[in-house]
Design a protein. Structure first.
Length: 454
């Protein structure tokens, strides 16, 4: 057999399977699988989990089960044992999604896959259901010919950060035993440019509550000296950034620098959809800001809405804050610092309480093992370009948990979520060529690990 016969077959098989991939992604996107029963019925997540379970059985993983975790989510866990002496690869993804937000900002229904200008739009089309489809394409193309072990882990609460799968990793590490772990929840630096992620920022969210009055009072009769809880909240939130827009939290180092590839400001403006004439926040380079330094985002505020608001002083107000924690910084210490900062900077001796959400530690991947080398070769063959490396501003708490229970395993991060996908935002989309080429790369990668690429 010619040395390139198998890769050509893999590429052809995956290319011919793309219509089915689109149909299956449409089915999976149709589930509003937000792991929050306050927003969507639990049945949406259950249905998505069952769909993923059936799909991986169809893709040749004989033993796939649904395991309920401590946060109530269903983890899809499957395995195909390795032949004696062969390695085992764990393929990770998640089927839960971010809430769609205000649907008025979507150009099509968020839970209906819609094609426009060559891209497929829908909540979860990239993050992370597109990566589920990528795994399925690779496994089906390889069929029974692959002489390595495969484990499947598909999480059901990654976007909510409630930690169900991380606890399961600690409780039942045997379910995750592998030599190499592929975390499919990142993406290339841009379409067609193969990129692996080597660092992840952690997460340390809090909800801050400010109270000042027993109840609402008339702004005409009491406005001025009466302590306005919303004004107090605005004032304390303003202390979390300096005049240049850099995140400043008492006790946190915000001077780290990124030593890898750069992220051009104009590219970032395009990727993030920054409006013409609007400046970027912060005084550092983009790469420093998104990959190496802490970043504070106000996710939401509870206060009277504009429509229907009365001429009254707010007695209480709350905000949910997202703190991204770079590698080298302890997430728990960062959360402690944020909580202390909020208490210290709240004006007028207002009553302030801080509710802490689950933390996620930052992560730095090994890049010196055989799995990393095999992936580099596979990505270059699939895309026709050398593989690059980048950081990731987002968090994948599972990485640190797996690194703890699998200290000898290589963990690599890749996927279909390039910047144009606009994950977590309205009009999330995926480029189908990224799904196809990443699936080819994954199949070639698995072949190399099995020694069957020739």
């Amino acid at each position: 057999m010619p040395a390139d016969a198998r890769p050509v077959d893999v590429r052809s098989d995956i290319g011919s399977a793309m219509p089915r991939a689109k149909s299956e992604l449409a089915e999976l996107v149709r589930f509003a699988s937000v792991h929050d029963p306050r927003q969507f019925p639990v049945e949406e997540c259950t249905g998505a989990a069952q769909w993923v379970q059936r799909a991986f059985v169809d893709a040749g993983i004989p033993d796939v089960q649904l395991i309920e975790t401590v946060d109530g989510s269903l983890a899809v866990i499957g395995s195909r044992p390795a032949p004696p002496g062969a390695p085992t690869v764990l393929l990770y993804s998640h089927y839960d999604v971010q809430p769609p937000g205000d649907r008025n900002f979507w150009d099509s229904e968020p839970f209906e896959l819609t094609e426009r200008d060559g891209r497929w739009y829908g909540r979860g089309s990239a993050d992370c259901k597109g990566n589920v489809i990528m795994h399925l394409l690779a496994l089906r193309a390889l069929g029974d010919s692959l002489d390595i072990g495969i484990r499947i882990v598909c999480e059901g609460s990654e976007e909510m950060g409630t930690g169900g799968l991380e606890v399961l990793v600690e409780q039942r590490p045997e379910l995750f035993a592998a030599d190499i772990v592929v975390i499919a929840d990142t993406g290339n630096a841009r379409v067609g440019m193969p990129t692996v992620t080597t660092t992840l920022r952690g997460i340390a969210n809090v909800v801050v509550h400010v109270e000042t009055l027993a109840g609402e009072v008339h702004s005409g009769m009491y406005g001025g000296p009466a302590p306005d809880a919303l004004a107090a909240l605005v004032q304390v939130l303003a202390t979390l950034r300096n005049e240049q827009g850099d995140t400043v939290v008492d006790g946190l180092d915000a001077a780290q620098t990124w030593e890898g590839v750069e992220y051009g400001a104009e590219q970032f403006r395009s990727d993030a959809g920054v409006l013409d004439g609007v400046g970027l926040a912060g005084s550092s380079s983009v790469a420093d800001a998104v990959w190496a330094r802490p970043a504070l985002t106000i996710l939401g505020i509870d206060c009277p809405p504009v429509v229907g608001s009365a001429a009254a002083i707010s007695p209480r107000a709350s905000a949910r804050l997202n703190l991204r924690v770079p590698p080298g910084m302890d997430a728990q210490q960062a959360q402690d610092a944020l909580a202390a900062h909020l208490v210290a900077h709240t004006p007028w001796n207002a009553r302030v309480t801080v509710d802490r959400e689950a933390i996620g530690s930052p992560f730095r991947a090994r890049t010196d093992g055989p799995g990393y080398a095999a992936l580099s070769e596979a990505l270059e063959e699939a895309f026709g370009h050398p593989m690059g490396t980048a950081g990731q501003g987002g968090s994948i708490p599972l990485c640190t948990g797996l690194a703890r229970v699998l200290p000898d395993a290589e963990i690599v991060l890749m996927g279909v979520e390039e910047p144009q996908c606009r994950i977590h935002a309205p009009n999330e989309s995926v480029d189908p060529t990224e799904i196809e080429k990443m699936a080819v790369a994954e199949a070639l990668f698995l072949q190399r690990l099995a020694g069957s690429d020739s």
